[in-house]
Design a protein. Sequence first.
Length: 80
Amino acid sequence: MDEFGITPEAIAESIQQDLENQPRYRDARGNEWSGKGEMPDWLRFAKNAGVDPDFFRIESPPQKAAANGKIDSTQLDLFF
């Protein structure tokens, strides 16, 4: 981590950002979109071809919570 200047704080921020922006849509090739911002080309092309975007909608994986109701980052499953 030192070689690349990666800090534990940067990793924690990245994990938090991933938790806050989980994908809502995914295609068979693994392209994902959180539903925020401009619709990506792969989903726009499918929509223009007559495919309902809800076809690509995914459910968020369950998150483990600590006793206080907050997400316990030490228990995150990084292999959803």
